[in-house]
Design a protein around this ligand. Structure first.
Ligand code: ZN
Length: 901
């Protein structure tokens, strides 16, 4: 939905970029196997010139004169894009490998101006290239400039710095959505311009500026999309939007390898692309960061500022003021080439996980550009023909306007960066919350992941010295951490930790809340001045302390090994053991064992590996257990007998055998790609568990007996043989349905879930004006908010949870009724479920007293219905536990507990 909202957004109604030559252009371009640049000619006189230049153009194919300012001379020794990529800019979509070749060629041709860095590699091992472009003089003292620049963000060092003498740092970034390629193709031109332009203007600019030039934010998506459009390009360009060229196959080029939207990942930084990029972002702390995108084909061009009422309240007003000052330059430059644009509409600056908003909470200014997309090479739109070169030219032009504005406003931006961090300290000093404590000593890997995320954003983190109890929650020294508020990243810390329930606007471009400790399912608490004492914390940490796992005391057992299910990687460990042929049981009851002269209590979900039940001998098993514990941060208990002090003995039938999951997920057209990608990423990257991705057509003809667990995430499954799926469940399969897949399952008689009726948001007697409909309808979207579900901690789907309330993320309108069977609803939204975020009153009422998870017994199988997205954006680790429980313990759920009476 989020994707659709961005792609379909269309606010332009004017036919502007296409002069009256449109029809002639089509005919001409077909004949000459060449598309032609649209000119912005309106007057007849210009039309004639346009005609002539078009003719010349077609003879010499596409050349750079269409794009580049003609007032500049260029160093002939610098290769032009075509010399390296073999086609003109805009003629084809440049592939990522050729783009990198060109960047390398420029760095070789102008080492005095350009330094090429590899920030890291994508999942598909493509390099993430960063060009550092500045004057030859600055290149000589680059590290000195960097260090001095970073001092601006440190209030203890920024006082004496003379910004007058400092270059501004500008990050130019392109096409984080892989199928919005006018950005990365414009990067060919911008890089050429910066390498080859000659004269006082460019010299002056490079002297005052360090440009961090990122030609592709999403190399894997770029390669996928460029391959698609190039392979479907006809010599005689076909502009019919129905053509295959404009209609990519699932999942499309927007996403990264795991089908994630990288433009939501700047804050959670789950992906390698974001992690590599953030490292360089904080190495340099740019003043401006541009983010070149594309919007729906019928629109014009957007640049920020966005909708004023939808700026995140943590972003200071000065940020938007400077954004507005820079906007004057974009407007002037686009005016000059006759391109229409809009601003202060549609887009916002709210979610800090976006590339144009993340800089705003880091003392910089992020700028979103949205060009109407030609998607392929030439497309018919409501505004006439839209050519790829035209879109590239607008992107290139706004890079030029950004650089010109940055140069002119240099001192203001530098001063703002210093002031941003100074005022952060002042605000922190005045705030009642002096810090946050968080952590779970029974889930150290998850706590570690959280600390790593904080360190990526340069948040200062300290260890906890001794055990504390805050607001009724215990925090142990091992596994808990403290973040003091009084530090330069104060505002960013607030956006990570705070819950929000008050909003200025009810429309959101993306999610409304992302409180990270809730998302991670980590205990956390705010600290007052009295609570946060200097003796409470250790020195600040610079790397995450590695949590170690192992068998306690390295003890070998001849009887049984036990480990708790709380740890993030417990499922990974379990799967590895099963893969090695080890038989494993899970405790469905609590028990207490003698331990070191005392006792130890084991909770629901404890995993038991009986030693003598294995085909593997005890010595080999011991080595395996040690290895698995170490890799997965597990603390394993080696017990020497089976008699419990209280609760069940180890031979009790309350220990249930756990079958190894054999997984398949339905993927392909209709399936929500990001939801499916989240499952793929969770299983593959975090859990080392393979799953078959089944296209509906393959599902319909495949033998399903080899799978015991099937996953359907949000989406439309019209092509799927629902009868076959139902028969598979009846024969004992575990079917996991999330979000809209639950509705599909109910419609097709696979699940017995029923849904709550939504109250009409507007009663018909209310007087509404037509113009308000966008606001009224938009407010009824569930853009994404956090709800706390009450959990039955004894249920197999709740194994490993300790807190009675689990925070789940809702961004849909699936409101399930509680199951008729009293044991069928292990996760339930009570009377006050909203924890953080915005949702309309009608939707809030619908969530109240609705079911978050319902289990149905169907034949000998189970259907596990999860109303929300438990794996949201791969940082919702608090929900992923539920999802992994469904995979491992779904078939352990007692059949009677899921039967409708
Ligand atoms: Zn985009």
């Amino acid at each position: 939905m989020i994707l659709m909202r961005e792609v379909i957004t269309d606010h332009s109604t004017l036919n502007w970029h296409i002069c009256t030559l449109a029809n002639w252009h089509i005919a001409f371009s077909h004949k000459h196997s060449n598309f032609l640049p649209y000119t912005y000619c309106i007057m007849k006189k210009i039309l004639v010139i346009c005609l002539l230049s078009c003719l010349v153009f077609s003879v010499h194919s596409q050349d750079l004169s269409y794009y580049l300012p003609d007032s500049v001379t260029y160093d002939p020794a610098v290769p032009k894009p075509k010399d390296i990529i073999f086609h003109e800019v805009g003629e084809y979509h440049v592939t990522h490998d050729r783009l990198v070749n060109y960047m390398r060629a420029l760095a070789q041709a102008r080492p005095d101006r350009i330094k090429l860095e590899i920030m890291g590699f994508t999942y598909e091992k493509r390099p993430q290239v960063l060009l550092i472009i500045t004057s030859p003089k600055n290149q000589q003292r680059l590290e000195e400039i960097r260090q001095q620049h970073v001092q601006l963000t440190d209030p203890s060092k920024s006082q004496g710095l003379d910004v007058d003498k400092m270059p501004i740092v500008v990050w130019i970034g392109h096409s984080i959505h892989g199928n919005e390629q006018s950005g990365s193709n414009a990067a060919l031109l911008s890089a050429y311009y910066l390498a080859a332009a000659q004269g006082k203007k460019i010299d002056d600019m490079l002297e005052n500026m360090v440009i961090l030039f990122d030609p592709s934010f999403n190399p894997d998506g770029m390669q996928r999309f460029s391959t698609w459009v190039n392979q479907h390009r006809s010599k005689n360009l076909v502009s019919d939007p129905n053509d295959r060229e404009f209609n990519e196959v699932w999942p499309g080029g927007r996403f990264n390898h795991y089908w994630f939207d990288l433009n939501r990942d700047w804050l959670p930084a789950v992906h390698v692309e974001s992690q590599n990029r953030l490292k360089w972002f904080h190495l340099w702390k740019p003043n401006i960061l541009t983010d070149h995108h594309e919007q729906g084909s019928n629109a014009s061009f957007f640049f920020q500022p966005g909708v004023p009422s939808r700026v995140n309240p943590l972003t200071p007003a000065m940020n938007q003021e400077l954004t507005g000052k820079l906007a004057k330059y974009h407007a002037a430059f686009l005016d000059r080439i006759g391109s229409l644009y809009f601003t202060k509409e549609n887009y916002d600056d709210f979610y800090y996980g976006k590339g144009s908003t993340y800089p705003d909470i880091n003392g910089a200014i992020g700028i979103l550009f949205e060009q109407a997309s030609s998607r392929g090479h030439l497309q018919q739109t409501t505004n006439g023909l839209l050519s790829f070169p035209f879109t590239i030219r607008n992107q290139f032009t706004t890079t030029l306007s950004t650089l010109e504005g940055a140069n002119a406003l240099r001192k203001e931006f530098l001063q703002w960066q210093r002031e941003f961090y100074r005022s952060a300290m002042t605000e922190a000093a005045a705030a009642p919350v002096k810090g946050y404590v968080f952590g779970d000593d029974l889930d150290r890997a998850k706590t570690q992941t959280f600390v790593e995320m904080l360190l990526r954003h340069q948040v200062e983190v300290h260890g906890l010295k001794g055990r504390v109890t805050i607001d009724g929650t215990d925090f142990n020294a091992s596994g808990s951490f403290v973040v003091p508020a009084a530090q330069p990243q104060y505002r960013l810390i607030r956006t990570i930790f705070e819950k929000t329930l008050n909003y200025k606007d009810s429309l959101f471009y993306d999610i409304t809340s992302w409180t990270m400790p809730l998302a991670f399912g980590l205990p956390s608490a705010e600290l007052t001045a009295a609570q946060l004492t200097s003796s409470m914390t250790t020195e600040k940490i610079s790397v995450t302390p590695e949590a170690k796992g192992g068998i306690i005391d390295d003890a070998k057992s001849e009887y049984a090994y036990l480990f708790a299910w709380n740890e993030l990687y417990a499922p990974r460990a379990l799967y590895e053991l099963q893969q090695a042929g080890i038989s494993v049981k899970v405790a469905t009851a609590r028990f207490e064992m003698p331990w070191k002269g005392g006792s130890h209590k084991f909770d629901y979900g404890t995993i038991m590996i009986p030693v003598k039940a294995q085909t593997m001998n005890s010595a080999k098993l011991y080595e395996m257990m040690k290895d698995v514990a170490g890799k997965n941060t597990l603390e394993i208990f080696a017990v020497q007998g089976g008699e419990a002090l209280s609760g069940v003995d180890l031979g009790s039938s309350k220990f249930a055998a756990v079958t190894q999951p054999k997984l398949a997920m339905i993927t392909g057209t209709g399936v929500n790609a990001t939801d499916a990608g989240e499952v793929w990423h969770l299983l593959d990257q975090r859990m080392n568990i393979p799953a078959t991705h089944l296209e509906p057509s393959v599902f319909n003809r495949a033998d399903l007996a080899k799978y015991n667990t099937m996953i359907l995430v949000g989406g439309n499954y019209g092509e799927l043989n629902s009868g076959k799926l139902k028969a598979w469940v009846q024969n004992g399969g575990v079917l996991i349905l999330t979000e809209e897949a639950v509705s599909w399952g109910a419609q097709n008689g696979i699940t017995g879930v029923t849904f709550k009726k939504l109250k009409a948001p507007v009663d018909s007697s209310q007087a509404l004006t037509y113009v308000d409909r966008e606001q009224v309808d938009g407010a009824q979207q569930v853009s994404g908010a956090i709800f706390g579900a009450d959990v039955d901690l004894t249920h197999p789907l709740a194994y490993g949870y300790r807190q009675r309330t689990v925070s789940l993320f809702k961004a849909n309108k699936v409101f399930m009724q509680k199951g008729k069977n009293p044991y069928a609803t292990p996760f339930y939204y009570g009377g006050k479920p909203l924890q953080s975020g915005w949702v309309s009153k009608e939707n809030a009422d619908a969530v109240k007293n609705s079911a978050a998870v319902v289990v149905n017994t169907v034949g000998t199988g189970r259907v596990i219905n999860i109303a929300d997205n438990p794996n949201f954006r791969a940082f919702w680790l608090g929900g992923s536990k539920l999802f992994m429980n469904a995979i491992f313990f779904g078939r352990n759920i007692d059949a009677a507990s899921g039967r409708e009476e």
